[in-house]
Design a binder for this molecule. Structure first.
Ligand code: FES
Length: 71
């Protein structure tokens, strides 16, 4: 059995996922992930101009999210 996919919630930032991974739109069409990338970052603040990917806009929009998993 393969290892589960890990999605890391960055404090006040995106969801980070190790590659290989495929991100598809609502029709199932895949987004291009540049070759050689070891991780991708998915926007969760809503401010990225490159959704579904993070473009760093979370740094300037006041987005706050620092969830911690229950111990
Ligand atoms: S989380 Fe980075 S731009 Fe939205």
């Amino acid at each position: 059995m393969s290892e589960p996919i890990v999605i890391r919630c960055r404090d006040n930032g995106p969801f980070v996922i190790k590659t290989p991974v495929q991100v598809v739109d609502h029709d199932g069409k895949p987004f291009t992930i540049p070759a050689g990338k070891e991780t991708i970052a998915l926007c969760r603040c809503g401010a990225s101009k490159n959704k579904p990917f993070c473009d760093g806009a979370h740094n300037g929009c006041g987005f706050q999210a620092g969830e911690k998993a229950p111990v």
